[in-house]
Design a protein around this ligand. Structure first.
Ligand SMILES: Nc1nc2c(ncn2[C@@H]2O[C@@H]3COP(=O)(O)O[C@H]4[C@@H](O)[C@H](n5cnc6c(=O)[nH]c(N)nc65)O[C@@H]4COP(=O)(O)O[C@H]3[C@H]2O)c(=O)[nH]1
Length: 540
């Protein structure tokens, strides 16, 4: 074989394997990416939920105090100052507590009573729990925010919370894989506590945040980041937002990618090798088959057809074998498909008919109606040389049958014409493996078919409770209605044989009687069989 040709074949295998691997691994990569993206989203969401839960509990605790403080004396006597200081010591999140009158003047705080009061905010109008901020606390010189509640008498109790302290207790520093995590004003989007790079545009579609949201790419100049935002249950004007680092959500971990890349290369190499190996094998099978035909390594075996009532051999099915020089005797499944692909089936089948004629000749003198059946496919029916061989054989074999599968019968339009010619010449047409072709049954009426060979699978179902069991009886019934002859294939047990006879199917083929035999073995048994049948006749 020329080297360039071999090289081109190898290259083709590599390219085909590459295409197949790229397709499969493309899908795998997409799945891996989706799985990674989902788990990253889940990770971000669970961080936001955790921080949300902790902050919510802290605010609830502070609000409990603000509610209790409704009863404090707003003229700020020493007992009130004591209560305020005590609370600041108890809860380190609070750095200062103040009492403000309706005009927005601070009357006292946890440090002192202010005389005169200091104007700290606009006159108090709002109700319920609320926050102000972020503000810069004069004492701490750091950012803070204020939680406040208005009493029924219009006075306000408020608490100053330093942002750094909250950031610390919420342990925001540990979330380094995120783009940012923040406590923000749900209306305006202004961050109050922040860890990371806050880059959200402070308008729609994200703000104002009314309920939990997940968003991707629509809020951050299209960089494809993912964020999860959730307003605090205790104070919905504040929300927690966590956002991904866009790289971490889109990039699958390099370790997974390297594993995938190694698998990809391995699969590519293995597939290239297997494909090339398969092609080589096919190629060598083709040339070996050529050699086998030339060296006459193919030979016929004959499986007897038995009349189950008399136990007489009434004919044979001709089957092929290959005496391979190194592999031993090979069955047709090993080489018939390749012979059909390469067209060698024509030469093989012509030689088979010629050999059968020669080998079986003595049997025709004993019994001129000895049945001989050949396996034929659609390709052979289109070959005039093969048909001529059949016609020639028919001059010696009175009862010549060809077996076709349902698929072959229906394969080409011209098959019907050929079959009609064959039948016209007196050659019988049988459908092999009948019942397995799923072809519908109309063709039985339009094609000149005389004989149906019941497939082994139906025979094997006799006595068993399986799906095939009812089909056998239906096949037999239908054949009787259409006036077709029947042969049962694959009869392996006396029980199957008896059942078939009870249903009127009397011609059997199968290991219950004989396996396929070489010519000498066949001659021996037909000799005895004839003697036996003569003895039977004489006895009768
Ligand atoms: N388990 C079991 N098997 C049994 C029994 N009785 C017979 N068989 C096997 O069933 C197959 C019957 O042949 P097929 O249906 O025409 O099916 C044939 C036929 O389609 C094809 N074939 C065989 N010889 C030729 C040939 O010369 N030319 C062509 N074109 N095809 C052939 O190969 C197929 C297989 O042939 P084989 O391997 O010889 O296998 C044969 C035979 O050995 C039994 O009781 N139990």
């Amino acid at each position: 074989m020329p080297r360039a040709y071999m090289f081109a074949k190898q290259l083709r295998s590599v390219a085909l394997a590459w295409l197949a691997c790229s397709f499969i691994f493309g899908i795998l990569l997409a799945l891996l990416f989706l799985q990674h993206r989902d788990s990253e989203k889940h990770h971000i969401q669970s961080i936001a939920e955790k921080v949300h839960f902790e902050l919510n509990s802290q605010i609830k605790e502070i609000d409990e105090f603000l509610n209790q403080a409704q009863s404090l004396d707003v003229s700020c006597p020493p007992e009130t100052l004591f209560r305020l200081r005590q609370q600041v010591f108890k809860n380190p999140a609070m750095s200062e507590i103040g009492i403000v009158n309706q005009k927005g003047q601070l009357l006292c705080n946890s440090y002192e009573r202010l005389n005169p009061p200091i104007q700290t905010t606009a006159p108090i109008k709002a109700d319920g729990l609320r926050y102000h901020g972020p503000i810069i606390s004069e004492y701490m010189e750091a950012s803070a925010f204020v939680l406040a509640r208005t009493r029924p008498d219009g006075y306000e109790i408020n608490v100053l919370l330093p942002s750094d302290w909250l950031r610390h207790t919420l342990e925001l520093e540990q979330y380094s894989g995120l783009d940012f995590i923040a406590l923000v004003d749900s209306q305006t989007g202004v961050p109050i506590i922040l860890k990371g790079h806050y880059s959200l545009p402070l308008n729609e579609p994200l703000f104002p945040i009314k309920r939990s949201v997940q968003a991707q790419g629509e809020f951050d100049d299209g960089q494809g980041k993912y964020l999860y935002a959730k307003p605090l249950a205790s104070l919905p004007k504040l929300a927690i937002i966590a956002s991904s680092n866009s790289l971490s959500i889109f990039l699958v971990a390099p370790s997974s990618l390297s594993v995938l890349a190694v698998l990809y290369l391995f699969a590519w190499a293995a597939l290239s090798f297997l494909h090339h190996h398969y092609e080589q094998r096919q190629l060598s099978l083709k040339s070996q088959l050529k050699h086998a035909i030339a060296k006459q390594q193919l030979f016929n075996v004959y499986q007897p057809l038995i009349d189950a009532k008399t136990q007489n051999i009434v004919g044979v099915e001709v089957l092929i074998r290959w005496q391979h020089p190194t592999e031993g005797e090979l069955g047709p499944a090993y080489f018939i498909p390749e012979a059909e692909r390469s067209g060698a089936i024509v030469a093989i089948s012509i030689a088979q008919v010629d050999t059968a004629l020669e080998e079986l000749a003595p049997l025709f003198t004993q019994n001129p109606d000895f049945k001989v059946s050949f396996n034929v496919n659609g390709q052979l029916l289109c070959c005039q040389e093969y048909l001529n061989t059949l016609y020639k054989a028919h001059q010696q074999i009175n009862a010549l049958t060809i077996e076709l599968t349902e698929r072959d019968v229906l394969s080409q339009h011209q098959v019907q014409q050929t079959l009609e010619q064959l039948v016209h010449q007196g050659i019988e047409v049988a459908v092999d493996d009948f019942g397995t072709g799923y072809c519908g049954l109309q063709y039985l009426q339009s094609f000149p078919i005389d004989l149906l060979k019941i497939d082994q699978s139906f025979v094997a179902s006799i006595g068993l409770d399986n799906l095939q069991s009812p089909v056998l009886n239906a096949v037999i019934e239908m054949a009787n209605k259409l006036d077709k002859k029947l042969i049962a294939e694959g009869v392996e047990t006396p029980h199957q044989a008896a059942y078939l006879v009870s249903k009127g199917v009397t011609v059997h083929q199968g290991w219950c009687y004989y396996k396929a035999l070489k010519i000498n073995a066949l001659k021996k048994i037909t000799h005895t069989n004839t003697a036996l049948s003569l003895a039977n006749i004489n006895a009768a």
